[in-house]
Design a protein around this ligand. Structure first.
Ligand SMILES: O=P(O)(O)O[C@H]1O[C@H](CO)[C@@H](O)[C@H]1O
Ligand SMILES: O=c1cc[nH]c(=O)[nH]1
Length: 237
């Protein structure tokens, strides 16, 4: 049995591939309770709930990451380096930055720009571009096509700042064609890339940065079912 870390203690419960990673641990619990069978909880440390269960006969895990690159990349690092996970799929909420995005639309991060200094640790002689796994991205695209779900695929902003003091920052990212803002994917992509693992981030638009539309906290926990039903068959394939 793999030894526990300070943050993940599976206590003998297996962790399956891939691991779905919502920021919100209660979104992880919702998925486990509503979509998986034969569910076992593999983590409860710090209430960062993690579950392994079956979807269409295949084992899948889902675990919260908390908010922000430091928290999410810590869990990604431990899942990869300690528990041997090679595929991670973030399933997050995001704030729309482009005028044609509406609440509940699906965004997929082919790349993830960031205002974080997380990449400094790699001491690269340039700027690293955190990018999605093509095999996971193409699998989600195929599943979306099969289900008739429209995907908005492109660059997102992984920001360290939710309440940005610089009121022009979001517009400048939007002017660069960035689709949406969230807070974890660049750290997860970089952590996976450094380890030779695969990562993808899929989002539901929970609010719009410029037109003020927003979903409730309850909806962010339980109503992003299009995204869940898009990613689960890919995870189980
Ligand atoms: O809904 P989750 O997956 O947590 O994602 C988004 O929501 C949180 C902010 O409300 C940040 O974690 C951001 O990335
Ligand atoms: O980081 C985030 C996530 C969702 N919505 C936002 O506005 N920002």
């Amino acid at each position: 049995m793999t030894s526990p870390t300070p943050h993940i203690n599976p206590n003998g419960v297996p962790i399956a591939e891939p691991v779905l990673l919502p920021g919100d641990p209660l979104r992880a619990q919702f998925i486990a309770e509503n979509y998986l069978t034969n569910v076992q909880q593999f983590n409860g440390v710090r209430n960062m709930l993690g579950f392994t269960g079956e979807f269409k006969g295949q084992q899948v895990s889902v675990m919260g990451t908390g908010m922000g690159i430091p928290s999410a990349s810590l869990y990604a690092w431990e899942l990869i380096h300690v528990f041997g996970v090679k595929r991670l799929i973030r399933i997050g909420s995001c704030g729309g930055l482009q005028p044609d995005l509406n609440l509940f639309d699906i965004v997929v991060a082919s790349a993830s720009s960031t205002d974080s200094n997380f990449m400094n640790q790699y001491n690269l002689p340039g700027t690293f571009a955190p990018t999605a796994s093509w095999s996971l991205l193409s699998a989600v695209a195929q599943e979306a096509n099969r289900q008739g779900v429209k995907l908005n695929v492109g660059n997102v902003l992984s920001s360290d700042v939710f309440y940005n003091f610089d009121s022009t920052a979001h517009q400048r990212w939007a002017d660069m064609g960035v689709l949406a803002v969230e807070m974890e994917s660049a750290g997860i992509y970089a952590t996976a890339a450094q380890a030779g693992a695969e990562a993808l981030a899929v989002f539901t638009v929970s609010d719009h940065i410029f037109n003020g539309q927003e979903t409730t906290s309850q909806q962010r926990e339980t109503a992003f079912t299009t995204m869940m039903e898009l990613v689960l068959p890919v995870a189980a394939s």
